[in-house]
Design a protein around this ligand. Structure first.
Ligand SMILES: *Cc1c(COP(=O)(O)O)cnc(C)c1O
Length: 408
């Protein structure tokens, strides 16, 4: 907090479409979709209305041993589109909680079937959330090394920055296959790790290999899900059917906190047994399956599937890729990594200060809200952004890089 004000925080008061409006009335393009969550813009009438309609019925009732109609409807709609075979859904509120649930389900699955297993298989450069379990799966590249004594150990294999990562993970699987609880990955894009991208067939190769060896695969699509990579899910692009899948962020169009752990029928049935027996999954979050969040998520899914938004993404992605190539030529840019609506502009380091922060701060002052991951500037606008607005974000970032060329 000692430098909070230096970094130009914006205090948002309201929003219209892809524009955030701060308490002084200044407008900013939301270039990071309010942390990778917003899909259809802000203050969308149909989404607002769905919450109000649900609010007039009920805001929240517990899912512990019970349910509500908003959640039943969402689960039923999602079951038609998620790539998990014959899916069952466990609800929570944040992405990290969905990951924790996935870990516990996978671990207890082996206990329930009488074959204990010891370790998760994870990737370098991975990010799965900030709770202790999720941090254990993640790489220590988020200054989380201080918590190392609290984390559990995983088997870690090189991530997407290594082009041969899939081949290497197959080797790790061969050497440890009877010990692996599950293989956890962010299919296609390691997002918070710096926007590292894998070829889809490499993901397919690694996932198929794990599944052939009877190792469950947990796909964390919290960042990639709901259109962000140009299709509804990255698993679709890679042609995989994960055994367990985590959803969050864009699930509710970025409106309300809701997350899901989807598990295939094989995992669900492994927990069936006598009431209160040791097969029971003793886990639940108070606000898991919140009715308002479920209602807006259902409306969001309906809009995404019906409105042609996903189709229109293709043309916009062509514009994004073209803008990336223009940026690549500018001094200070080390690399640009892009997949669909997810772009990381990696800057060279500067001995005059944290380049990522300084560049984003300058962008905010010019009406484009961006936030860096270390030295990588993330550009991840809402899916409904226009082609002109995409050009504005990239051109402004380019201008600011040129104006600050003395950083390098
Ligand atoms: C953001 C993110 C999470 C954590 O979600 P929270 O809602 O912030 O807890 C987990 N996995 C991935 C891939 C993410 O991008």
């Amino acid at each position: 907090m000692s430098c909070y004000e230096d970094n130009c925080p914006i205090i948002v008061d309201r929003a219209e479409g892809v524009y955030l409006i701060d308490c002084d009335g200044n407008k900013y393009i939301d270039g990071v979709s309010s942390l990778w969550a917003n899909t259809l813009g802000h203050n969308v009438k149909e989404l607002n209305d769905s919450i109000i309609k649900q609010l007039n019925k009920i805001a929240h009732s517990t899912l512990l041993g019970n349910s509500n109609t908003a959640v039943v409807e969402l689960a039923s709609n999602l079951s038609k589109v998620v790539p998990v075979v014959d899916p069952h859904f466990l609800f929570a509120s944040d992405g990290a909680s969905a990951v924790e649930q996935a870990l516990k389900v996978a671990y207890q699955y082996w206990e329930n079937t009488g074959k204990s297993r010891e370790r998760f298989l994870t990737l370098s450069g991975a990010y799965h959330g900030d709770t202790i379990g999720a941090m254990s799966l993640g790489d220590s590249n988020f200054e989380s090394a201080i918590f190392d004594p609290l984390k559990f150990k995983t088997l870690r294999s090189p991530g997407y920055s290594e082009p041969r990562w899939a081949e290497l993970i197959c080797k790790t699987i061969d050497e440890n296959k009877d010990d692996i609880i599950a293989f956890v990955l962010e299919p296609l894009v390691q997002a918070a790790g710096g926007m590292y991208i894998s070829a889809p067939n490499e993901v397919k190769k690694a996932v198929s290999y794990a599944q052939e060896k009877n190792i469950p695969v947990i796909a964390d699509e919290i960042a990639t899900g709901f259109g962000r990579i140009g299709k509804l899910f990255a698993s679709e692009v890679c042609g995989i059917n994960p055994d367990i899948m985590c959803l969050g962020k864009g699930l509710s169009a970025g409106y309300l906190p809701i997350s899901i752990t989807a598990v295939s029928d094989r995992f669900y049935t492994a927990f069936l047994g006598e009431d209160l027996s040791d097969k029971t999954f003793y886990h639940g979050h108070t606000f898991g399956g919140n009715a308002l969040a479920a209602a807006v998520s259902s409306t969001h899914l309906e809009l995404l599937l019906k409105s042609g938004i996903l189709k229109e993404l293709e043309k916009k992605i062509v514009v994004i890729k073209k803008m990336c190539e223009e940026l690549r030529e500018i001094k200070g840019v080390r690399d640009i990594r892009n997949c669909g609506f997810m772009t990381g502009v990696e800057l060279m380091s500067s001995n005059k200060g944290p380049a990522g922060r300084l560049i984003c701060r300058a962008c905010v002052k010019k009406g484009v809200f961006l936030r860096p991951l270390g030295n990588t500037v993330v550009v991840m606008p809402p899916l409904v952004i226009s082609e002109d607005e995409i050009r504005i974000i990239f051109n402004r970032l380019g201008d600011i890089l040129k104006e600050n060329s003395d950083l390098w």
